[in-house]
Design a protein around this ligand. Structure first.
Ligand code: AHG
Ligand code: MN
Ligand code: MN
Length: 358
């Protein structure tokens, strides 16, 4: 009855043709998919699985870990460390890269991941996800931290899983962005969303407005114009969403368009953004670009940023191309001092007067 459906494995055999190391890359993606199925089943058990609540530990970024963060991290490590496919792994939940145990062979890829994205949502039964990025490591020696610090454009594959009403895996190997839905009865990921395309225009934006007092002027300008709706600069009404799971926001954008922002802010001068470059911004940017969208810091294409630290944070603005380009232009105009409406000294970052709709 399911004849003719495209499973993830079948899709990968076709899609990876012509890519160097395709067999190993395909096998690694299948290992990642196996981990994702396990995490999906753990997350779906909710309170019955005994994995809700805080783990009582902190990660390297000083964030409280929840039990599902730690469990998901272990599942991915154990799913991918034994098969001779990866040379090393790095995770949001590990201070340093995970070395492959001596008893296992080392492979030619590096796997970098956020095991559970949006983990503050786990306890309240809202969608969470897993984000991953695959890079090359063509040397025999075990990788050092520096070997992981590659630009987004160097990625050979990237993807995320979303654990929502259905579990989906969305991947790219640089040939479009494709979505698979987990058929729980059969245990297979089935291609359901081939060639996702993000509409170039949108009237939906996502940003955590509780941080508005810390935003830069160009972000204020954009959000104010959206809020002004029909009667303002944009001449149409906008809608807003904030789920606090980047995977869920990005999934919505891949399906129906939109713009997502976690921009640079002035909360903590040590942190130029909230999201992490290597296992959040980079892989998501790859997926978004492959679906015809754009991804920027506001001043630079995210995929071209050279990381200088494993857990480095970056400003993130991504989604529908024309909107992202508009926000990038607002940054540029601001930096050049030519954003007429907001160039008054009353409205600079240090002013008592914040830019508003008036
Ligand atoms: P993580 O749970 O992996 O730390 O990531 C959470 C991220 C991202 O998914 C989301 O967009 C953002 O943090 C939410 O942050 P706020 O709670 O500041 O809105
Ligand atoms: Mn995350
Ligand atoms: Mn996480």
């Amino acid at each position: 009855m399911h004849l003719g459906r495209t499973t993830l494995s079948k899709f990968l055999i076709q899609q990876l043709e012509g890519i160097e190391g395709s067999r190993d890359l395909g096998a690694l993606l299948v290992d990642v998919a196996a981990a994702v199925k396990t995490i999906s089943s753990m997350a779906a058990k909710g309170a019955l699985g005994g994995l809700l609540g805080k783990a009582g530990t902190e990660n390297v970024q000083g964030e409280q870990q929840v039990k599902l963060d730690v469990a998901s991290n272990d599942v991915i490590l154990k799913s991918c460390d034994w098969g001779g496919l990866v040379a090393g792994m790095a995770s949001e939940e590990l201070d340093d890269p995970y070395p492959i145990p001596a008893e296992y062979p080392r492979g030619r890829f590096l796997l970098v991941f956020d095991p559970l994205d949006g983990s503050s949502n786990a306890d309240v039964n809202v969608s969470v996800g897993t984000i991953f990025s695959i890079l090359r490591h063509d040397r025999k020696e075990a990788p050092k931290v520096e070997d992981f610090l590659q630009k987004g454009i160097e990625q050979v594959a990237a993807g995320y899983a979303i654990y929502g009403p259905s579990t989906m895996l969305v991947v790219t190997v640089g040939k479009g962005t494709h979505g698979f839905t987990l058929d729980r009865e059969v245990g297979n990921f089935i291609l359901t969303h081939p060639n996702l395309r993000i509409p170039e225009d949108t009237s939906e934006f996502a940003i955590n407005t509780s941080n508005a007092r810390f935003w830069e002027v160009p972000v204020h300008r954009y959000v104010t114009e959206c809020q002004d709706g029909k009667s303002g600069e944009r001449g149409r009404d906008f809608n807003m969403r904030w789920i606090a799971s980047m995977v869920a926001e990005v999934h919505r954008i891949l399906v129906r368009g939109g713009v997502f922002m976690y921009p640079r802010d002035t909360r903590d001068p040590e942190k130029p953004g909230r999201l992490r470059l290597m296992y959040e911004a980079s892989p998501i940017s790859f997926l978004v670009e492959q679906a015809g969208g754009a991804a920027s810091t506001g001043r630079q294409r995210l995929m071209e940023l050279l990381p200088h630290q494993l857990h480095q944070r970056v400003p993130v603005i991504l989604g529908s191309k024309n909107e992202v380009e508009r926000i990038v232009r607002y940054h540029w105009e601001h930096d050049k001092g030519i954003d007429r409406r907001y160039s008054s000294p009353l409205f600079n970052e240090r002013s008592l007067f914040r830019p508003s709709a008036t």
